[in-house]
Design a protein around this ligand. Structure first.
Ligand code: ANZ
Ligand code: ZN
Length: 830
């Protein structure tokens, strides 16, 4: 049943009529296009841009409703608001669809984009459509390539051969971040390792700044996102210690460095471990042990990093036949190759101190290696207990370090190593360089040409963009372990830009995270043709004042966008050093306690909801369901309730339409106070992202206004008009169609978008009275107007004296009375 049928009063609330009427008018008035002339302070609101996977779904409806509250709120405060939209339109699904349907990925992509755009328009997201962009447009990816080149110039984009995560099903490389519990994030296939020559961005050069600048974000980004970023960057302070590896047979002496956070325990090192899968292990191993190592390496290849570091798993490894010399004691430490040491962390080699590191201790016990405690913590000797002691204590068996605490021992050991020239203080990061090349088609081509004589030659700027060929479709796109572009010989073979000789284009494309690492800057001047953005306006808009999106992007997208912003800042192109000043993570939309999914059959179709209840009711339901960060369970909310509320609010406009707007100071004092309090409180509530509470306050004010119309001075009371105007303006943040229609009924020209928040009269903010609700067993039986500072005892007495209460109790006794002055009394009968 639709809401039209439910409303029977003379003026009929018809969401369909409103949805048909207003968009054209908003378009014509360009209400969502920023003036961009400096006449007003500018503010930038951005929603994480959508991927064109199909039509909009409930998740989009939620996220974009939240972002739109902020955009509309800032407009009401008088800011010049930039609120743009675009599409993150490169990526695998388009390519897979193209293979399946013998098409070009652009067909699927742009059809979906058009569908989504229409839905966004219907959904009345207050965006400036003139700034729309798509990352798969050559006009956009030209500048992604241009930026790649600038990174390349600065040594921040480079190629190296390394073992990479490989998804055997998608036939592509995955970033560490795209491997979840050892499986491909997209298809769930177990990820294997493959050695490939790949492009990387040197994000590790920015590790310190990425960490330090989080101070600017504290209090403005969710703490858990900051914690995830901090953890991902993973800064560890310690030392590099150099060990000499003794010569053995034809193997010459060599030097090896380890990273340790505990140089104070150097006297407790009893063996040495290198990552079994690192080339280093092969380099070290003596011929007698080579076969055992090679068998072992085969075994290790099959394990994920998570398995390898699990403390549960039994320790495995092989001896390399070599010995390392402890630089402080000259003691010889056997060098083992094992999987619990990771090839790409630190230096891929460790000094093992089994007494004080549990993994080392487990290994020592498995292979009968010595355990020597060098820190007395008061606990039982780890050699006996099998429990490594990692806490505080006093150094023992440690030469000159004896008697020092752990905290004193660390710098003291570093000092000794520095004096000996065998070590130094070192800060290590968990963060790895960003592997950006993909062996797939539908992405930004890497603007490099490989020439036998000149090497890597960047494509000159005036030859950008390097366009994707448009004649590859269907089967030609299917992955074969190399990029499908490699097979397009007419595209690949080009003259070298430097020497003119025969050369080949790089056939990899960029990770789509590259596209989304700078799009927010492009929105400042999306049609600019001389650079990625117009230097004259970029600083007017950047940084984004409010970014809105899902917590699934807490690490990667946000980290990469922060990295890009810093590099672009270093290039002198933007003043901001951080892209997003404030971040809001909206929750998920669930149904029946679970994420919506095809397999569970609990999906809710957004289009159907919109047809049934109207855009405003769906938006309002999303907002009213709870704080934006919380998940919404669609099974627990009431879009029909929202629709009824909207109709009630809208009828206030009808009732007041003909009433003249005289001086409100002569109107109902209590209603005036309620109106001014609602407007006043809204500001702090929106700033604190308590959008749902604002809706609750609106509902209260609508009820109070209706009461004055029906049982008080009537619609002609000037306080009523004042209240209804305030309702329309605040409602415009959540229910744009209804609010615009009310505004129109009230006799104002469009648009309510720029009406501005009504001025608050501070003298009216004191509450004259409060409505106390009286319940019997949870059912509302009466409402009492009471003083805001009434005592519990007085409120209880008033409640028990109520005629309605007496009638309902009908002589029954009372078991207990729960009083929460001044708002609630709940009576439990005997
Ligand atoms: C000796 C030592 C003694 C260590 C001790 C710890 C405790 P975080 O804090 O995560 O940075 N390590 C170094 N490189 C490694 C690798 N590639 N794979 C596995 N483990 C590695 O950890 C640094 C510590 O982890 C280093 O300090 C090293 O063990 C180990 F009582 O060195 B330690
Ligand atoms: Zn050349």
């Amino acid at each position: 049943m639709s809401v039209q049928a439910e409303t029977s009063e003379e003026g009929v609330y018809s969401f369909a009529a409103m949805e048909a009427k207003w968009p054209a008018i908003w378009d014509e008035l360009k209400v969502f296009t920023p003036l961009d002339d400096g006449s007003r302070e500018r503010r930038y609101v951005l929603d994480m841009f959508p991927y064109p996977s199909g039509d909009l779904h409930m998740g989009h409806a939620e996220a974009f409703a939240m972002g739109d509250v902020v955009a509309r709120y800032w407009r009401q405060l008088g800011y010049d608001v930039l609120h743009p939209i675009g599409w993150d339109s490169f990526g695998l699904p388009a390519e897979n669809a193209a293979i399946k349907h013998n098409a070009h990925p652009s067909e699927w992509t742009y059809t979906n984009i058009d569908t989504q755009a229409e839905s966004f328009k219907r959904y009345a997201i207050s965006v400036d459509w003139s700034r729309r962009l798509h990352t798969s447009d050559p006009e956009y990816y030209r500048w992604t390539q241009w930026l790649f080149k600038r990174f390349h110039d600065r040594g921040l984009a480079y190629r190296k051969n390394s073992p990479v995560n490989w998804c055997p099903k998608d036939q592509t490389v995955l970033a560490n971040e795209q491997v979840v519990n050892g499986a491909c994030e997209r298809c769930g296939t177990i990820v294997t390792k493959k050695s490939l020559n790949q492009w990387y961005f040197k994000i590790t050069d920015y590790a310190d700044r990425l960490l330090e600048d989080m101070d600017q974000l504290k209090g403005h980004w969710p703490e858990r996102v900051l914690a995830m970023q901090r953890n991902w960057i993973g800064r560890s302070e310690g030392a590099h210690v150099n060990f000499v590896i003794e010569a053995a047979g034809e193997k010459a002496e060599q030097q090896l460095t380890v990273f340790t956070t505990r140089p104070d325990t150097l006297y407790g090192a009893t063996f040495f471990v290198v990552a079994a899968d690192a080339p280093l292990a092969l380099e070290l191993v003596t011929p007698e042990h080579a076969e055992a190592l090679s068998d072992y390496r085969e075994q290790v290849k099959k394990l994920s990093d998570i398995d390898r570091q699990s403390t549960e798993r039994e320790k495995t490894g092989v001896f390399t036949g070599r010995y390392a010399v402890n630089p402080l004691t000259n003691e010889l430490l056997p060098v083992w190759a094992a999987d619990y040491v990771l090839a790409d962390y630190g230096t891929g080699a460790i000094m093992a101190v089994p007494a004080h590191d549990q993994r080392d201790l487990d290994f020592a016990r498995a292979f009968d290696l010595p355990v020597r405690a060098v820190l007395d913590t008061g606990a039982e000797d780890p050699a006996v207990s099998g429990v490594a002691t990692a806490g505080e204590g006093t150094l023992i068996n440690s030469g000159n370090l004896d008697g020092l605490s752990k905290a004193e021992g660390i710098p003291a050991a570093i000092k000794i190593l520095e004096e000996l020239g065998t070590g130094e203080k070192f800060v290590n990061f968990r963060l790895r360089d960003w592997l950006l090349s993909r062996q797939r088609f539908w992405g930004t081509p890497i603007p490099i040409v490989h020439c036998e004589s000149c090497g890597e030659v960047p494509v000159p700027d005036d030859q950008l963009p390097v366009r994707l060929p448009d004649n590859l479709r269907g089967e030609a796109l299917s992955p074969k372990g190399t990029s499908p572009l490699a097979a397009a010989t007419d595209w690949v073979n080009v003259p070298c830009p430097a020497c003119g000789g025969a050369a080949r284009r790089d056939t990899d494309t960029m990770d789509t995270f590259v596209d989304s690492s700078w799009y927010f800057m492009r929105f400042a001047s999306p049609d600019y043709t001389e650079g990625p953005f117009d230097p004259a306006t970029i600083n007017d808009w950047m940084p984004v004042g409010q970014y809105v999106g899902g917590v699934e992007h807490a690490i990667l997208h946000l980290l990469y966008a922060r990295f890009f912003t810093k590099v672009i800042h270093d290039m002198g192109l933007v003043e901001a050093t951080e892209p997003f000043s404030r971040l809001l993570n909206q929750g998920q939309v669930l149904n029946g306690g679970k994420a919506m999914s095809k397999s569970l059959g609990n999906g809710v179709d957004l289009g159907e909801q919109l047809d049934k209840y109207g855009v405003d009711a769906v938006r309002l339901t999303m907002i009213f369901a709870g704080p934006p960060e919380d998940d919404i369970d669609w099974a627990d909310v009431s879009p029909s309730g929202s629709a009824k509320f909207l109709a009630r609010a809208w009828r206030l406009g009808q009732d007041v339409a003909s009433a003249p707007g005289t001086d409100p100071s002569t109107g109902d004092a209590a209603l005036r106070s309620a109106t001014h309090r609602m407007v006043h409180d809204t500001k702090a509530l929106i700033d604190g992202h308590k959008f749902n509470v604002v809706v609750a306050r609106l509902m209260e004010l609508v009820n109070a206004t209706r009461k004055v119309i029906d049982t008080g001075a009537g619609a002609a009371d000037p306080a009523v008009r004042e209240a209804v105007e305030a309702v329309a303006v605040v409602l415009s943040l959540f229910a744009p169609y209804t609010a615009e229609d009310m505004w129109n009924q009230l006799g104002h020209p469009a648009s309510v978008v720029n009406a501005g928040f009504p001025a608050v009269d501070a003298s009216l903010l004191v509450e004259a009275s409060v409505t106390a609700v009286v319940q019997i067993q949870g059912k509302v039986r009466d409402r009492l107007e009471v003083a805001p500072d009434i005592s519990d005892a007085d409120l209880e007495a008033l409640a028990l004296a109520s005629e309605n209460v007496k009638r309902t109790l009908d002589g029954r006794g009372i078991r207990k009375v729960i009083v929460r002055a001044p708002k609630l009394v709940n009576i439990v009968p005997a």
